[in-house]
Structures are given as C-alpha cells and as structure tokens.
Design a protein around this ligand. Structure first.
Ligand code: PEP
Ligand code: MN
Length: 352
C-alpha cells in the first residue's frame, strides 16, 4: 500500500470520527429532551425495556465487521453516557462539596461560630448519669470559657447488657445543667422517631459512628432545623462519610459538623486509629466544619492532648473530648475520660 493510500484512508477515518462525534452529540441532545419530558411526567429515567428494544434493533441490523457483543458493549457505553446527561447536577457536585459552595459553612450555636477559623470545643461526659455528675462537668466547662456541653442520653453500646443511657430523662438532666451554666447541649439520637421530641432539649443533634449509615436517621435529622454533628462510621471511607452528610443536607438541613473519631484498623495500641489526614481532606472536599473526637479515636488519656494539638494543627474547627467528675466510676468509657483537673490542664495547654 502506498503512502498516498494510507493518508487517504487516515483522512477518511478522521472524517468518520467527526461524523460519529456529531451523531453522538446529536443523540445526547435527543436524550436530554426526552429526559426533560420524563421529569415533567415523573417518569424514571432509566428504562431497561426501552434499552432492550434498542439493543435488539441494533444487533438485528448489525452486518459487521464487529461482533454483536462488541457493538452491544459500545452502545451500552453510549446509553450510560446519555443517562448521565439526564441526571441532575447532584451527581456531579454534591451539595456538601466545595465545588457546589466554595465558602466555609459557619454554624452558630450559643454565640460560638463553628467553622469561623477559631477552635471551638465540645466537652462533657460520655453518658449522662445523674444531675450532680453533669452539673459538676458543666461548671468546669463554663469556667474554661466554653459554650458547648456534650453528654450521651441514648448510648449505642456494643453489648446489650451495658448501660444504655437514661433516654429522654437524660436529655432533660443535660438541658437543666446546661441552662444553669449558659451552655448549649449536644447529644446523640439513635432513633429517627425520637428526633422530634429530642430537639426540644437539644441545640445540636449528634449522629454516632454506629449510625453513620442509618439512612432513615440521617433523613430525619436533615428534616429538622437543628445543627447535626455527624461522626464518621467505624469502618467508613471518606467518600461514604461525605455521602452520609449529603443525606442530611439533601433534606434541607445544611448545618452539619463532620467529626473524625477514628476508624477500625489492625492497630491495637489505640482503641481506634485516628485518621488525621481525613481532616484536611474533608476541609478541601466539603464546606462543612470538621471536628476531631480525641476520646473515642485514641481511647487513651495520655494521647488526648497530643492528638488534640495535631487536630488543630491540621486545620480542625474543633475538638471533642469526654470529661467526668470521677472517671473511675463512670458507667461508660471509664478508661479515657478526663477528670476535672486533667481537663483544666488539657484546656490550658491548648489555649497556649
Ligand atoms: C459518643 O460520642 O458518645 C460516641 C458514642 O462516639 P462514637 O459514636 O464516635 O463511637
Ligand atoms: Mn464515650
């Protein structure tokens, strides 16, 4: 074959490429028009019956040289691309993403502006056990100039025989002790049905690690007008974590704080492995404030201060840790809660 012939064939090939491009885009326009009509009629965009009819038409008319299976494969890709064109923008840019909203989300709670670039601390006992216990911690929190008090009333425990929390009664105790000291209240809710009642007592709804993919709970929390602190699941990837937050925002509630609390790895030296790099990744990929829970990620009192420093150094908007008047007798997480003098030292170090 002469060079001239080769050039001629190549030029024809390029011409066919452009025709194909033209046709593929023409098909795209048609698919978009169909998508708009389907949306108006509330019809599902993906229609496997239609797709089967089109495949049958195509393979019936296929005279080669490509095999039917190859042609089907190529058209499947074209169909998929068409379906993506019909999908709304959500898939391309999540509502929680920086792509969608470049500015930081700042959440106002009790005069604190979480996400404003300054660290904001959430401190309090693992579980609400009694009024005296919470009130003692609340006073210590207030004395440190902090505004946000935590305490679990509904405790998701590994064993059903462990202390499960005081429930609604616990929330009332937390509220009372917090009000007495001018603090806002953060507590975990585990049941979607409890959200409506609980918001009467809460300033921030916590969704715990074990419930990060409890989609009904996420939707319920997304439907109320209360900030949500969402913890990363025990074995959740960052992408799953971000998608869990998307469930909340998709229902209208964009006041979400993400909380890295350690993930499960083979390492036994700490209770979980604090994924510190998740903090800058979450800050880059989303516009939401990011916290680090140093208590549950390390499970070690001696690591609370260094990990809290690391969290702030790497760009966290705040730190969560557990404080108990007498950790030795605590009904949960007795090994890693700080007593009040330790808490004071911890805060004074972080303020330096
Ligand atoms: C908690 O903060 O009380 C708690 C149970 O943490 P996690 O959901 O991260 O285990
Ligand atoms: Mn705890």
């Amino acid at each position: 074959m002469s060079n001239h012939q080769l050039d001629e064939l190549r030029s024809q090939l390029e011409e066919v490429n452009l025709q194909l491009l033209n046709l593929i885009n023409k098909r795209g326009d048609l698919v978009k028009d169909i998508g708009q009509i389907k949306e108006k009629q509330g019809m599902n965009r993906f229609d496997p019956v239609r797709e089967r009819v089109m495949f049958d038409q195509i393979t019936e008319k296929n005279d080669g040289p490509f095999e039917d299976s190859t042609v089907t494969h190529l058209f499947k890709e074209i169909f998929k691309a068409g379906l993506e064109l019909q999908e709304d923008d959500h898939r391309k840019a999540l509502l929680v993403s920086r792509k969608k909203k470049p500015e930081d989300t700042v959440i106002e709670v009790n005069g604190e502006r979480i996400g404003d670039g300054n660290p904001h601390f959430i401190m309090g006992p693992c579980a609400v056990e009694s009024y005296e216990q919470v009130s003692t911690v609340a006073k210590a929190v207030k004395d440190q100039g902090l505004k946000l008090l935590r305490g679990g009333a509904f405790k998701p425990r590994t064993s059903p025989y462990d202390f499960q929390g005081l429930g609604l009664e616990g929330l009332k105790i937390l509220r009372e002790a917090a009000d007495e000291h001018g603090l806002a209240v953060i507590s975990e809710i585990v049941n979607p049905a409890d959200i409506e009642k609980a918001v009467e007592y809460l300033d921030v709804i916590q969704i715990g690690a074990r419930n990060m993919q409890n989609f009904e709970l996420l939707k319920a929390a997304g439907s109320v007008n209360k900030p949500v602190l969402l913890k990363r699941g025990l074995s959740a990837t960052i992408s799953e974590f971000i998608n869990a937050a998307e469930y909340v925002i998709s229902r209208g509630n964009g006041n979400i704080i993400l909380c890295e609390r350690g993930i499960r790895t083979y390492e036994k030296a700490t209770r979980n492995t604090l994924d510190i790099s998740a903090v800058p990744i979450l800050k880059q990929e989303t516009h939401l404030p990011v916290y680090v829970d140093v208590t549950h990620s390390t499970g070690r009192r001696d690591l609370l201060l260094p990990t809290a420093k690391a969290a702030l150094a790497v760009g966290a908007d705040g730190v969560m840790a557990e404080v108990h008047p007498d950790p030795a007798v605590a009904l949960s997480d007795s090994a890693q809660q700080m007593d009040i003098p330790t808490f004071d030292k911890f805060m004074n170090e972080l303020k330096k």
